[in-house]
Design a protein around this ligand. Structure first.
Ligand code: 0O2
Length: 229
């Protein structure tokens, strides 16, 4: 059985000690560490709830249409150093409450689909569930980012049921096709690879790849429509 606890490593502890409290009293530090571990465990539970919902939708879809719309579901919890960087970048307070209030993407679920049509079918099916609240949607498929990044982003809140309380937690969901995912992974690698310069030629090639990937998705969707699957 999977553990529900979020364990913080030594680096996280040091970072928390220096950033989340300016007091050195041991009880204060322990309180902060416990609070952060608890919050991350809640995010993990929310992430698992969403992952399960997509797995259920995938099963049900395959019963009805004899194919799986989901190629894979990936989950990730934002690392503490990324959490701190994002709070600082946005001029938000460094506190545990501030994480919950200001960040939407501590818990992330990425759903990779076979067809663009499936992205919207799954998003609609999830959003029609009565325990899911849509907080924000960004459709980078209909309106790609200037670098041609495509994906459908949903920020939702989902309830998690604890021993004595029910809490709503935010989860960022990214839905995309296999082609969109391959492109995003390549773009991320090229951009963040520190030992290689990101040249104009690479940017042009990447742009061409984005066009090809969009065309591939569109043709695949047309074929899917023809065979009505
Ligand atoms: P990681 O490790 O992937 O999480 P928000 O405050 O959420 O409204 P934000 O953070 O700008 O504003 O959200 P947005 O635009 O919805 O994008 C958040 C995430 O989408 C990023 O997370 C990436 O995962 C992905 N993403 C967005 N734009 C791009 C892009 O141009 N290229 C690639 N490859 N991915 C993109 P993080 O926080 O960068 O990292």
């Amino acid at each position: 059985m999977k553990s529900f606890t979020y364990s913080i490593d030594e680096n996280d502890k040091k970072l928390l000690q220096s950033l989340f409290t300016n007091k050195t009293a041991t009880t204060e530090i322990r309180h902060t560490l416990d609070g952060f571990s608890k919050l991350m465990a809640y995010y993990k539970c929310a992430m698992m709830e969403i992952e399960t919902k997509f797995n259920v939708l995938n099963e049900e879809f395959s019963l009805q249409y004899d194919r799986n719309p989901i190629s894979s579901v990936k989950t990730r919890l934002k690392r503490l150093d990324s959490i701190v960087q994002k709070l600082l970048r946005n001029d938000n307070e460094l506190s545990i409450d501030s994480v919950e209030e200001n960040l939407n993407d501590v818990a992330g679920v990425r759903v990779i689909c076979s067809f663009t049509h499936d992205v919207y079918t799954l998003a609609d099916a999830l959003l029609s569930q009565d325990d899911i609240t849509l907080i924000k949607a960004k459709d980078y498929i209909k309106e790609p980012k200037p670098n041609r990044y495509r994906s459908l982003h949903l920020i939702v809140s989902v309830p998690i049921f604890l021993l004595h309380e029910k809490r709503r937690m935010k989860v960022e969901i990214q839905l995309r096709t296999i082609a969109m995912d391959s492109w995003a992974a390549l773009e991320h690698q090229l951009k963040y690879k520190k030992d290689t310069e990101f040249t104009d030629e690479m940017a042009k090639d990447l742009y061409l790849c984005s066009q090809l990937s969009a065309e591939l998705d569109s043709r695949m969707d047309s074929l899917r429509e023809k065979v009505n699957i």
